[in-house]
Design a protein around this ligand. Structure first.
Ligand code: MRU
Length: 366
């Protein structure tokens, strides 16, 4: 996608070929800063401290982290250490393990002197595959937005309202995004799309990142407090909900940013279609029950008790929200049971959120 007319991905090889570069997402929306990752430790830090985040981008960064490790030391032992270091950075998004496993699969048969080059090539291919997957999700999902627009138009509406949670746009992937790829494709095709952007406490990925990238692309949007969606749905102001996912089970339970479950409940109660944009590397075929089996990341309570923003002088400052002495908890994800999900938008098309639906699209996994 473009920023001020310049095409960007969220991760790219440095011009000297010795490192990779990323956009530091902790500085958005108020500052645009790129950062160079030279080492395995840099890549692990970038994931853990959320300079990069979003399940597909976490996976791509981990793949490049393995490549940086292979350049420093291509031995089996060093790669196993790198795998473990990267795997420990964040627990919930399954794309992390998927990408690490892909790297080990690709590098295992390669002689040590050739491993670094092979690792950079496989990491670049993983990044390119993510772009292709997200673009295809955009094509399939844009058709759902077009259908929602036809229905809204028939009722006299002047726009089609999409509600999204967290950031599942291009900043969460290598390019295009998952939940926002359909929005970009529909918008570029001329549909009058408007996006309700959940601010997404506690880290505000909606207010900071989704709003930022919709702004860059010129897509009309409105940031809302996380508790607003139910009210809007009751009043016919949401035509379709599209969210991303960090891990979806083989039966279609969807783990995504905390608060997604409540949006799904409100959508069910109001007959609003609730779709999940799902790249296949985000499917965990080993998990049957999402609520019981998916590990939910708990982050620093400071992300809940404090908030950062720009003051009137233009300085980015952090302030404390809660009284001294109050405890805060920071659960990062929740699980929406498959029964609340209208459909999964994958790169191979849209299917029911069920074992049968997923198996029909991915028979090789059956
Ligand atoms: O904690 P984050 O910012 O990594 O969480 C991101 C999300 O929950 C996204 O919705 C999810 O990764 C899908 S990204 C295409």
């Amino acid at each position: 996608m473009k920023i001020d007319g310049v095409p960007y991905r969220t991760i790219w090889p440095a011009a000297d070929g010795a490192a990779v570069e990323i956009i530091d997402q902790t500085r958005l929306p108020h500052e645009f800063v790129t950062v160079r990752l030279d080492t395995l430790a840099d890549a692990a830090h970038a994931i853990k401290a959320m300079l990069v985040r979003g399940a597909p981008l976490i996976g791509a960064t981990a793949a490049y982290g393995m490549a940086l490790a292979a350049r420093a030391n291509p031995s089996d032992l060093a790669l196993t250490v790198a795998y473990n270091v990267l795997h420990a950075t964040r627990p919930t998004a399954i794309n992390l393990k998927w990408a690490l496993d892909e790297m080990i699969k690709a590098l295992g048969p390669v002689p040590e002197p050739e491993r670094a080059a092979a690792a950079f090539a496989r990491a670049a291919a993983i990044a390119d595959e993510d772009v292709a997957i997200c673009s295809a999700i955009g094509d399939h999902g844009a058709r759902l937005i077009a259908e929602a627009w036809e229905k809204a138009k028939a009722k006299g509406a002047s726009r089609v309202n999409v509600l999204t949670h967290c950031n599942a746009g291009w900043l969460a992937t290598v390019d295009w995004g998952t939940a926002l790829a359909p929005v970009y494709k529909a918008f570029d095709a001329g549909l009058p799309v408007h996006v309700w952007v959940d601010e997404t406490r506690p880290r505000n990925q909606g207010a900071a990142l989704t709003a930022r990238e919709l702004n860059w692309h010129g897509v009309p949007h409105t940031v809302i407090a996380d508790n607003t969606g139910g009210h809007l749905m009751q009043h016919g102001e949401v035509d379709i909900v599209i969210v991303g996912t960090d891990r979806t089970t083989r039966g279609g339970d969807v783990c995504n940013k905390i608060g997604t479950y409540l949006k799904a409940l409100a959508a069910k109660d109001n007959g609003v279609p609730f779709h999940v944009a799902l790249p296949s590397p985000t499917i965990d075929w080993t998990v049957a029950d999402g609520v019981k089996e998916i590990p939910i990341e708990q982050r620093d309570p400071r992300e809940q008790s404090h908030i950062a923003g720009k003051d009137e002088a233009g300085r980015v400052v952090e302030v404390q929200l809660v009284p001294d002495g109050s405890a805060a908890a920071n659960y990062a994800f929740d699980v929406t049971p498959a029964r609340l999900v209208t459909g999964l938008i994958t790169e191979r098309g849209v299917c029911a959120a069920s074992a049968e639906g997923l198996r029909a699209l991915f028979p090789e996994k059956a």
